[in-house]
Design a protein around this ligand. Structure first.
Ligand code: SF4
Length: 210
């Protein structure tokens, strides 16, 4: 059984794959916050702006098995372009549910696969694109991958802590919220001074897509 908050077809907005069409499979649940406002202050991650509770989003639901999830994803992908099929597992924390069986089912159907994780849980083998986004003081167990995308500025997760990990791309992304313009300027300045890091913007919000 897989519990999916929402599943939709859009463009990746962030990081090195920005602009790429993808199926987003957003799993319900996270290990760093319950998703309830009354728990936010004490949560390991307390700036989340994603609703990941339940299954009531577009395309969400409880899926009995892996083939049911793949079937739902295939129904969203343009039929004549299956060779470009791309799925991003996100959440919530996708590694609470993404298992080898589901991954293999997507691969067998021709999908390239990607995950966006907080990095605190072990990774199934053979995911094509691994994006780790560390949150707060939580310990990450995934120390290599394609992209490390750090929401900036988290006082308990500063870039210096992650700069020696084995990732191909290092991104800073301004923390969303009332202070976002200042956060963006701070990211730009940090990247200018530490050119290992690149700026990631949430371009899907800029162009008004999900
Ligand atoms: S780890 Fe990600 S999904 Fe979980 S609470 Fe933090 S930002 Fe939200």
């Amino acid at each position: 059984m897989y519990t999916v908050k929402e599943m939709f077809y859009s463009l990746q907005g962030e990081g090195a794959q920005a602009g790429r069409p993808a199926i987003f499979c957003r799993f319900a649940g996270c290990n760093l916050w319950s998703g309830r406002e009354q728990d936010r202050a004490d949560a390991a991650c307390n700036f989340c702006d994603t609703d990941f509770i339940g299954t009531d989003g577009v395309g969400g639901g409880k899926f009995a098995d892996a083939s049911a999830v793949v079937e739902a994803a295939l129904a969203l992908w343009p039929k004549d372009y299956l060779r470009h099929a791309y799925v991003i597992f996100t959440g919530g924390e996708p590694l609470l549910q993404l298992d080898p069986e589901l991954l293999q089912a997507f691969k067998s159907a021709g999908f390239e696969t990607a995950v966006e994780t907080n990095g605190t849980l072990p990774l199934p083998a053979d995911i094509d694109w691994v994006c780790v986004s560390p949150k707060g003081s939580s310990d990450i167990v995934i120390s290599h991958g394609d992209e490390l995308k750090l929401v900036y500025r988290q006082l308990d997760a500063l870039p210096e802590r992650f700069k020696d990990l084995n990732f191909d791309h290092f991104y800073l992304q301004p923390m969303a919220g009332s202070n976002e313009l200042q956060q963006r300027q701070d990211c730009i300045e940090y990247c200018r001074q530490h050119p290992q890091w690149k700026l990631s913007l949430q371009t899907h919000k800029l162009v008004g897509i999900p």
